[in-house]
Design a protein around this ligand. Structure first.
Ligand code: CP3
Length: 352
């Protein structure tokens, strides 16, 4: 057989996500494209505002590839935002400098009923073009790197849609979930439907793995967590298994604590991501040994660098050795991170 006819060996990240204990583990970092990189800040300044950056395929593809060129991660995450789903559903969104995202909050049953998930794929066309460009870029520049598409978890996205902005409590969403579960459920079902269409379209455009960011899942009581995090996620994963079989899905129920075990067992994901507060030794016992875990270095240890970074990284690696595992942070990289600490981390991982 000609060399070119041999099947390409599966990429390390895909092997780990589908249950192989790849060592040293494949790695990528949440928010790996962003303000800590001077080359990102250049492009961000050129684009003007953040939504323009997310909807200009040439620029969004470029910033997706920047950290891969500099550090060689095994995963490249699409450059976009979880709030592009509400944006695509027609809810006015802007990113104010220093304030984070601002949405016009949903205030009535009519506003929730007016959201139309069937138009989503058309609205996100530029993001899908970014996916296609990144996949083509990886094929020539980084053939071992896997392209990860993503969306927000329904509960987390609903939090922003009802509150209109970031919040410590997200009382509007958590309150509505108790006061009018039928109406809150209607919003969650709309998001479920939009999220499935959006993720299937990302796979059709070239995404090879998917991640669901449920950043505020940990604010819920156990009963509410099962109803508004596990159940909607299970319904999304059932649809995805049918419509894009073989594409692994990573779930991130941030700050779930011991409910992480329920989530791993029942949400239907292939891999479970651990946040910074999770003890990886506990997770290694609580999540079945054949299921991949991802995480969970403290982003602040990466800012500190040196011996503290090395000790934290090594202790996570020791807990994960022997099982399918993907190295990552426990939450997004922060803007004050020195890029050379990321270089040092990648070097440490490669010699693990
Ligand atoms: O590199 C990557 O990880 C891919 C791109 C990505 C972004 N946001 C880019 C971004 C991803 C996967 C996200 C997910 C996201 N967005 C989440 C879930 C993960 C998490 O952090 O909990 C959430 C909750 C959001 C919503 C959001 N977007 C907030 C609260 C903010 C403001 C805070 C901040 O860091 O500025 C954003 C803006 C945002 N999203 C930026 C980036 C690079 C910064 C925008 C800028 O350049 O000014």
């Amino acid at each position: 057989m000609e060399r070119s006819e041999l099947p390409a060996p599966a990429k390390p990240l895909l092997r780990a996500l589908t249950g192989e204990a790849v060592w040293p583990p494949p790695a990528w970092l949440m928010r790996q494209a962003g303000r800590y990189l001077p080359e990102y800040r250049d492009i961000r300044a050129r684009a003007g505002d953040f939504i323009t950056l997310c909807t200009t395929p040439e620029l969004a593809a470029e910033v997706t590839l920047q950290p891969i060129r500099r550090f060689g991660m095994e995963g490249a995450i699409l450059f976009s935002d979880i709030l592009m789903v509400p944006w695509a559903l027609g809810q006015p969104l802007r990113f104010a400098e220093g304030e984070g995202p601002l949405l016009e909050p949903l205030r009535s049953a009519e506003a929730i009923a007016a959201l139309n998930p069937s138009a989503i794929v058309e609205r996100v066309a530029p993001i899908l073009e970014t996916v296609a460009r990144v996949r083509a870029g990886l094929a020539t520049e980084a053939p071992r790197t896997t392209l990860i598409g993503f969306a927000g978890g329904c509960f987390t996205v609903a939090c922003y849609m009802l509150e209109g902005r970031g919040s410590k409590e997200f009382a509007a969403a958590r309150g509505l979930a108790y006061a009018d579960p039928a109406l809150f459920g209607r919003l969650i079902r709309t998001l479920q439907e939009a999220t499935v269409e959006y993720l299937v379209a990302q796979v059709e455009a070239g995404a090879e793995a998917l991640m669901l960011f449920d950043s505020w899942a940990g604010m819920l009581s156990p009963g509410q967590f099962r109803r508004w995090v596990i159940e909607p996620t299970a319904s999304i994963t059932r649809a995805l298994r049918r419509r894009c079989p073989g594409v692994p899905l990573i779930g991130f129920p941030r700050l779930a604590g011991p409910l992480l075990a329920d989530y791993a067992a029942r949400a239907g994901v292939d891999a479970t991501a651990m946040d910074t507060a999770m003890d990886p030794r506990w997770a290694a016992q609580a999540v079945p040994p054949g299921m991949a875990l991802q995480g969970n270095l403290d982003p602040l240890a990466l800012v500190a660098g040196g011996a503290a970074l090395e000790a934290e990284a090594r202790s996570i690696l020791a807990a994960m050795r022997g099982r399918p595992y993907v190295f990552n942070l426990g939450h997004g990289i922060v803007p004050q991170t020195p890029p050379e600490h990321v270089t040092a981390l990648m070097r440490l991982l490669r010699s693990a």
